[in-house]
Every structure is written in structure tokens, then in C-alpha cells.
Design a protein around this ligand. Structure first.
Ligand code: FES
Ligand SMILES: [Fe+2]
Length: 415
């Protein structure tokens, strides 16, 4: 198949059979930058809790584009592209911090910008001793940094480059915004950050985080100790095709489903009776009245918001070319947490991050997929668990949300 043909979805493929070249093709990747990352989508960029002080800032990305999110001296949140308006150098070279005087100065020729990204100062604007300098009509207001439109929603900041992006709640959809508000229900405090570099296409991770099928099979520890099983009460909710909520209640097992699981002789359930030397790892608190112990919420393309027992986190998916992505985890609790609850969160997050289990396993399976499909671009995968539809379902034995991902992706990519 030629490259240009790859810009059409093949006839033998739909959202139940996705051609592998979408994970490896450079033209597809370039189109994603255009249609998705510069298109009508909201991209998670920061928690407000990461920008508490006036003048604080955080460097991040929307797709390939470096952006900086700031809290201005007026207490408003701003974001701009981290590329000097002069000759294109990166302006802010720190991951995060506080600009005491509220300015951001490019190191190359020292053009200086304020927190809004407006150009404030240009060295030698009038030249030196009558020599050089900028033309008289040089207008600083015309040479600011490229602005990113931002919205703060329940303490989370999203950015977009497109004027066609709908308002954030419309973009999310009803279930997703409901569950978003459920977790982000009061001010949060950041407990820590980890970064994970995964050698795989970012869409494998988009699939993974919408896929309850793998969750009780790959993540053996969580299944063995009852933190998550497909036989638990739960649901797969899909909004606007590619935003999803997977939720489960760890205390509520469907006995008939559990019997079926045992008949399948899965390795999870043949594991015998494992116990922990230090069971305090699993001690948690029921902190939500609805009894839901696990929520994986995805807002396409860049955010996963999670509650796994008492571990709360946002995961930001940052593509780094077609063959790699970075996963930035920001763990948080609430500002009114008791010390006991904060310690529970800190202990439990060892189960989730790149040095723990969940994310190490998801990262590894992503890389396994990416490696194995290199020369099979025109072949397709199989996404048929629970049929071919893409609607919400009242259980977790489904790939409907993965199909929804591809349905929404095709629409946005115009493929
Ligand atoms: S490139 Fe930034 S001041 Fe010249
Ligand atoms: Fe997983």
C-alpha cells in the first residue's frame, strides 16, 4: 500500500479491525499533529495545584508543541507556545518554577515576555549610538508568543489551539464530566510526579486505558488480591466516542461471573492463596459514598484520570514521535486529607507507578505490541470482545471503548 492510500481507511477495516500501519506511519503521525493536537480537542496541561503562587509556571507539551502554563500576577492562568517570537528558541528552559518578577526571558537575544506571553522588552530596540536597531514602526504587540486558549475545569487546566473546540463539558460528555467532578470534587494537593518513557506509539496507550479486558488478566497482582476483576460490579461508559469511564467496585463480585472465570482456568485464579508479608499495602479507606473503588477516566487524546482504591492521579500522554511517548504521572490527594489518609495514598501509589506494577505492565505490553507489528502494517488487529458496537455497557467484559476510540479517531483524523 502506498503512503497516500494510507490516508484512507482500508475497506477490510473498521473500528473492529484497525490496520497496524496507523501505529507506525510517519504521515499518519504528522496528520495527528495537525488534526488532533492542533485540532478541536482539549488537552490536559496541568493541575491548578501545580501553579499555586503568582508567577509560577510549568513547561509541558500539546502534541509535539512545547507549551508553558503560567499563573500571572493577576492570578489568571495563561498558556503560550514555548518558542521565541524572534528566531524560534525555547524561551522557558525549566520544567516548573516561579518567575519572581513575572517575566520569561529568552536566553538567545533576551527578548522578554510576561506571563501572558506578551512581548515586554527587546534589547537594542533603538540601536546603539544611532546604529542598528529595529525599524521605527516595529510594534512589540505584534511579536508576542503564540497563545494557547485555556480553561480551568474543577482544578484541571486544559489547552487548545483551535477556535472550533467545543466548551469543555460538551467536549467531555455527560458521564465523563460527572465522574471528573466526582474525583475533582474539592481542592487537591500534589503528592509527587513520576515520568515514564515508553517505546511504543501513543495510541497503544490510548487503547490500553480504555480496555477493561486486559485489566484483570495482565495485572495479576490486582486480580489476585481482589483490587480489580472483570467479575466485579462495574461499567464501561462512553461519551462522544473516545472519552470513557471504566468503574468497578472491589467489594462487589458477581458470583456467576466468578464461577465462569474459574472455569476458564486463567492463570490469575490458579495462583493459589498468595498472601503478603506486609498486608498494610492493601489497607485503604472507602472515601466515596458510591462504593466505587476504581475509576479510569480517559479524555482523548492526552489525559487519564484515575482512582485506584485511594491512589488518585492524572496521567498525561505525550507523544514523542511515532515510536515513543512519555507518560507523566501526577499523584494527588485532597488538601483536607488526614495524615493517615495521605500516608495510605503514598503507600498505595507504589502499586501503580512505573516502579510498581500497573504502569510497568501496561508500558511493557505497549512495547510488545509496537515491536511485533513493524512489518505487518496492512494487517489488522481484532477488537470484537462484546460485539462490534461502541455504546456504553453495564459490565467490564468488553472492548467497546477501544472501538469507540477508533471511531472517534477516524472522525477527527478524517480517515
Ligand atoms: S531567539 Fe529568542 S531572543 Fe532571539
Ligand atoms: Fe492496564
Amino acid at each position: 500500500m502506498t503512503v497516500s492510500n494510507r490516508m484512507k481507511w482500508p475497506e477490510n477495516a473498521d473500528h473492529t479491525a484497525v490496520p497496524y500501519y496507523v501505529f507506525h506511519d510517519q504521515d499518519i503521525y504528522n496528520r495527528e499533529q495537525d488534526k488532533i493536537y492542533n485540532g478541536p480537542a482539549w488537552h490536559f496541561v496541568a493541575l491548578e495545584a501545580e501553579l499555586l503562587q503568582l508567577g509560577s509556571f510549568k513547561s509541558t507539551y500539546i502534541g509535539d508543541t512545547p507549551v508553558v502554563v503560567t499563573r500571572g500576577q493577576d492570578n489568571e492562568i495563561y498558556a503560550w507556545v514555548n518558542r521565541c517570537a524572534h528566531r524560534g528558541a525555547e524561551v522557558c528552559r525549566h520544567r516548573h518554577g516561579v518567575s519572581e518578577d513575572g517575566t520569561f526571558t529568552c536566553v538567545y537575544h533576551q527578548w522578554a515576555y510576561d506571563a501572558k506571553g506578551d512581548l515586554r522588552g527587546v534589547p537594542f530596540q533603538r540601536g546603539l549610538a544611532g546604529k542598528g536597531g529595529y525599524p521605527k514602526d516595529f510594534d512589540k504587540t505584534q511579536h508576542g508568543l503564540r497563545k494557547v486558549k485555556v480553561v480551568s475545569y474543577c482544578g484541571a487546566i486544559f489547552g487548545t489551539f483551535s477556535d472550533a473546540t467545543p466548551d469543555i463539558e460538551t467536549y467531555m460528555g455527560e458521564d465523563v464530566s460527572l465522574f471528573f467532578k466526582r474525583i475533582m470534587n474539592r481542592p487537591v494537593e500534589v503528592l509527587g510526579t513520576t515520568r515514564q518513557y515508553i517505546k511504543g506509539n501513543w495510541k497503544f496507550y490510548a487503547e490500553n486505558s480504555k480496555d477493561p479486558y486486559h485489566a484483570s488478566l495482565l495485572h495479576l497482582f490486582h486480580a489476585t488480591f481482589g483490587l480489580y476483576r472483570s467479575s466485579q460490579e462495574g461499567a464501561t461508559l462512553i461519551n462522544n466516542d473516545f472519552h470513557t469511564v471504566l468503574w468497578a467496585k472491589s467489594g462487589e463480585e458477581d458470583e456467576a461471573a466468578l464461577e465462569d472465570v474459574k472455569k476458564d482456568k486463567l492463570r490469575t485464579y490458579q495462583a493459589g492463596t498468595y498472601t503478603l508479608n506486609d498486608p498494610s499495602l492493601l489497607v485503604g479507606q472507602q472515601e466515596f459514598d458510591d462504593g466505587i473503588s476504581l475509576v479510569i477516566l480517559t479524555l482523548f487524546p492526552s489525559l487519564v484520570l484515575q482512582q485506584i482504591q485511594n491512589t488518585l492521579a492524572v496521567r498525561q500522554i505525550l507523544p514523542k514521535g511515532k515510536d515513543e511517548f512519555e507518560l507523566v504521572w501526577t499523584y494527588f490527594g485532597y488538601t483536607d486529607d488526614s495524615e493517615e489518609l495521605r500516608n495510605i495514598r503514598l503507600k498505595q501509589l507504589n502499586l501503580i507507578g512505573p516502579a510498581g506494577l500497573i504502569s510497568m505492565e501496561d508500558g511493557e505490553s505497549t512495547e510488545l505490541c509496537h515491536k511485533a507489528i513493524v512489518s505487518d502494517g496492512d494487517r489488522t488487529n481484532v477488537i470484537l470482545m462484546s460485539g462490534s458496537e461502541t455504546q456504553s455497557e453495564g459490565h467490564l467484559v468488553t472492548e467497546s471503548a477501544v472501538r469507540g476510540l477508533w471511531k472517534g479517531y477516524r472522525k477527527m483524523m478524517d480517515l
